[in-house]
Structures are given as structure tokens and as C-alpha cells.
Design a protein around this ligand. Sequence first.
Ligand code: 5AD
Ligand code: SF4
Length: 471
Amino acid sequence: MSGVLENDTQKTFYLETFGCQMNVHDSEKVIGTLVHEGYRRVETVEEAGLILYNTCSIRDKAEQKVFHRLADYKKLQAQGKRFGVLGCVAQQEGEKIFERAPHVSLVCGSASYRKLPEMLARIEAPVQAGKTEAGTTGSRTTGAGKREAGELVRITGLDDRQTDECFETEFTARSNPHRGYITIIEGCDKFCSYCVVPFTRGKERSRTSDSVLAEAKRMADAGYTEIQLLGQNVNSYKDSAGKKSFAELLAAVGEIPGIRRVRFTTSHPRDFGRDIVEAIDAVPTLCDHVHLPVQTGSNRMLDAMQRLYTREQYMERIAWIKAAKRQISITTDVIVGFPGETEDDFAETLSLLDEVGYDSVFSFKYSPRPNTPSLVLDDAIPDEEKARRLEVMMARQKGIQTTRNQKQLGEILEVMVEGKNETRGQWIGRTSQNKTLNFTAPAGTNPTPGTYVSVIATASFPNSLVGEMVV
Ligand code: 5AD
Ligand code: SF4
């Protein structure tokens, strides 16, 4: 085995993405960069010369997935394939990854994707005799004896994303031609006691509004009609040029000719201002949807989680949203089984679900994460109890969603067409409220993805609506 790749796998890569939209968008940057470097993306690990995982470390399960994948495909190293770990696990674990999975050549945190071309050249390079040191931030040749070529490269610095240019690469390859993401703020300074993000994504850094708007205009010119502004906490956006607040930026993106829908995620209740609701009222292109993670309904737990707001303050924000001119759908994230969570605390979360009437809830069992303050807390909740609470919560929420969706029957809703489910003979649409609306269309019409059509809702389920296109 020479370590030189077979011709058909040379400069091909496979990329699998785990985690949030931020990671999905980062992968678009990685794909664009690799394609610019002459790589071709393939759909299976077998066809690829380079196998990349863009990883998530928000919960232990997500983190373990990448190590399972690496173990599953370890044998492919003998064919000269290279492995790379990108994203949050790369940032968190650094060169420990080389020890745990010696067939990995490349470990790269999300702040360093602009350096990928240089890093790829190094891992693909023939090994130089006697070479024992490599990597910008002190990587080393652990496991090099098992390797056929190149250096081990690790770049996981968090501090090199301080200019506008660093939020995107020049080559971002957006996967959908109609709706696309724009990162407006990176990192998080909130340090909720359970959360690993401040350690994996680093300190908050905002992009100037001029740069965000220029990109949104370029996207509109290229035919995009929906833009989703991304950040770990978009509400603490601070235009470094001092021109626009987050709400003003939202409105300005919504006013760009050609843009029909603007979404944003994720919000932190502490920083969520009334001006955001006012912007939604004033600018029709801003979608009728707010994702406002609450995490728990108990003030005692909110305090332990260091969330910096009370249930009452959270409900005040919900009241602003409910007072808006359009009906805004509200979704949230909840963690069950945080250390010390009693039955009473959990009951408060359930009562909050009833009080708010969410359109959707993403619920998670608490997972202890490295470096986080909650790691040292006593009173861990046993896993079976966390699982029980999760189930109780999901059942409760299912009832709430059933009722909420039923209320939309008979409404005429505008959807963006996303595709077609051929087996069911239904088109798939998404409403401004971010609900899936599957619909049939009259014979002779053929709604195309990316267009907008009106649909009357005729049936409802807890997680979706069904309807008929109105012509
Ligand atoms: N355990 C479980 N869930 C978590 N989340 C963040 N950290 C943890 C953790 N340690 C959840 C929160 C957050 C969402 C993105 O993931 O609900 O809002
Ligand atoms: Fe996961 Fe958070 Fe990283 Fe997103 S930013 S991939 S949610 S750890």
C-alpha cells in the first residue's frame, strides 16, 4: 500500500453533518471551499478519498456518534483514505481525537475553515522523513506509525474570526437555491450552567450590518427569497459599526427587494426585545415565528441553570409576542432532569407548556458536558427518571399541538413549496409559521420548489397540516 489514493477517489470527499443549523451552514462553507480546491463531493464513504465529520457536542449522544462513525470506517484507512473531524467536538477535544482515533489526520474547529486549503495540502503531502511536529496550534504525530502519508493537522483556535470576512468563506455552497442561511453572530457569552457552546464556539462576535445586508442583497439577486439569520444568540447582536440593532437589521433584510421571508434563530429570552415584535408587525416579510428557548418553567431551576430571567419575565415576552398583529407561532427548547429537578419543578415546566401553548417543543434529557459549571452539581436525576419526564412532557405537548393545529383548519395559508412526496401524491410546503403543510394541487398545476402558493388547511396532525392548493 503506497498511501497514494486510487485515481477515482483522488480529491473526492464525503461530509456528514451533525447538530444545529449553524453546523449545517458551516458545512456549506466547507463544501464550497473544498470544491474550489478541486475536490468533488461524493455521497458514500466508499467513493471518497477524504471523509469528514462536522460534529456537535451539545449532548453526549451527539458527541459519541462521531466516534462510532470513526470506529465503523477505521478499516478504510488501509485503502489510503483520510479522516477529518470538524466542528464542535474538534474544538472541544483537540488532539485527544488523534489518541482516541489514530486514523484521523485532521482536526479543525469551526473558526478555522478558511485555513482548510492549507491544511488539506499538508495532510495529503507525502511524509517527510524524520518529521515529528505539525499543526498550527501544536498538533503532533500521535499514531503516525500507522499512517501512510502527510501530517497530522490540528487547528482549533477560537480567536481568528474577528473580521466580517471571516463569517463566511468566499465559496459558501448553499444547498438550497431558494432559502439560505447567513451567520450574523458567532459564539455565546451567556454561560448557562449546562451548556458547552461558550467553550466550543467561543466569545460572541457580531458581523457588521453592512456586511450582512450586502450578502442578503447578493442572495436576493441570485434568486433567494427566504433568508434565515443565524447565531447562538441573535438577540445579543451588536453591529460593530454601531449602525443597526438586531430588530433594525431584521427589518432591513426584510425590505430587500425580492426577499419574501426572513427567519432568525436562536433567541435568548433575556435579550429578546419588544422591538423585535414591533419589527415583525411593521415588515410583512418577517415570518410569523419566534423560537424562544425557555429550558424550564421553574424559577428555582432557571436560577440553577443561570438563565438570567424568571418565569414571569419569560411570560412577559410571550405576552408581547401574543399581542402582535399577526398570529406568531412560538416554539421552544426544554431540558428535563437537570440536577436537583424535583417533581414540583417538573410540574412547573408542564404548567408553562399549557400556559404558553407552544406550536412545537424540542425537549432533551439533561446531559453533563465537559467544562460546564453544572458538571459538579449533586442530585443527578437517574436516566430512567429523565426518560420518564421526557415522555410525560412529549405526551402533554402532543395534546397542545393537536389543539393548536386544529384551530388552523379552514385558514388559507401561503406556503413555500419544498418538494413532492410522490408516494402520497402530495406536495410539501412550509408556512410562514414554520409548519409543514402537505397539499394536493388541481390537475394540470405543477407547483415547483421555491415558489409560493396558497393552500387551504383541511386536516391537521400534531406535527403537520394537510390542505388543498387554492388557485
Ligand atoms: N443537556 C441537554 N440539553 C442541552 N441543550 C444545551 N445543552 C444541553 C445539555 N447539556 C439544549 C438546550 C438548547 C438546545 C440547543 O440544546 O435546550 O436550547
Ligand atoms: Fe451542537 Fe451547539 Fe455546536 Fe450547534 S453550536 S453543533 S448545537 S454544540
